[in-house]
Design a protein around this ligand. Structure first.
Ligand SMILES: Cc1cc2nc3c(=O)[nH]c(=O)nc-3n(C[C@H](O)[C@H](O)[C@H](O)COP(=O)(O)O)c2cc1C
Length: 229
């Protein structure tokens, strides 16, 4: 009897052990499933992020390539309009200092002395400068800006601003990828808002702060101060 009891206890203990072992096996299976489920989700999120990053990188590269394509070449150009020769002289000094090409904006209808009379309220220049929407026609042949990455753009100050023909010019070209450097000559006025006006009307190009220059300006020092890269 004692023996039977002992056997029964041993059997019960064995059954308990088997039960506990099977429970442990179940638990570890569940954990494994959970552990596997998590990484299965995470790579998806990570992959999405990586794909996004790769896509934006590709977009950025495409944009870079596009910009480079438009501005390919690293030549310098000095564009200028000059009614009485002062701006032309400064433009020439810049071209000499930089080895740049030059392009003169000529009015289709040349400005006469009477046109330039700022004491006459009805002179051509007074009328043009009083109307921001006027766009005098350019007479010089159109220039290709291919290969130019830096463009100095000069003009005289008329009534505190850029002559309207400068607006005709900037609205006729695409300056994407190019560095634009406005400069002016005047009887004393600064460059004022003229550089910003040109930048706004152009709508393209990287415009930097311009300056009033004169025949005496140390061009090399001025250019050095621009910190062009
Ligand atoms: C119609 C007209 C308006 C002008 N307005 C100004 C002005 O507002 N401020 C100024 O300092 N000089 C003014 N000037 C002087 C010119 O800016 C200056 O003489 C300039 O250097 C001329 O350049 P250019 O010889 O290249 O045409 C004006 C000249 C003209 C003809």
């Amino acid at each position: 009897m004692k023996k039977t009891n002992k056997m029964m206890r041993v059997t019960a203990l064995l059954m308990m052990a088997v039960f506990l072992l099977s429970l442990a096996a179940c638990g570890s299976k569940t954990n494994t499933a959970e552990t596997q489920a998590q990484p299965a989700q995470n790579p998806t999120a990570a992959e999405t992020k990586a794909a996004d990053a790769q896509q934006s990188e590709t977009t950025a590269n495409t944009a870079d390539t596009a910009t480079e394509a438009v501005s390919s070449g690293n030549k310098t150009l000095v564009v200028y309009f000059s009614a009485t020769g002062t701006t032309k002289g400064v433009a020439q000094n810049i071209a000499n200092a930089t080895g740049a090409d030059t392009y003169e904006i000529l009015a289709a209808q040349t400005y006469t002395e009477a046109d330039l009379n700022w004491n006459d309220k009805s002179s051509r220049t007074t009328t043009e400068q009083n109307d921001k929407s006027v766009r005098p026609e350019i007479g010089s042949e159109k220039i290709s800006l291919d290969g130019y990455s830096t463009i100095y753009i000069g003009y005289p100050i008329w009534w505190g601003e850029e002559p309207r023909i400068m607006d005709t010019f900037v609205e006729s070209y695409d300056f994407t990828g190019k560095t634009m450097i406005p400069f002016c000559t005047s009887g004393g006025s600064g460059i004022g808002s003229s550089g910003k006006n040109l930048e706004q009307n152009a709508g393209t190009g990287k415009w930097i702060e311009g300056e009033r220059l004169s025949a005496d300006t140390d061009i090399a020092a001025w250019i050095k101060g621009l910190n062009l890269s």
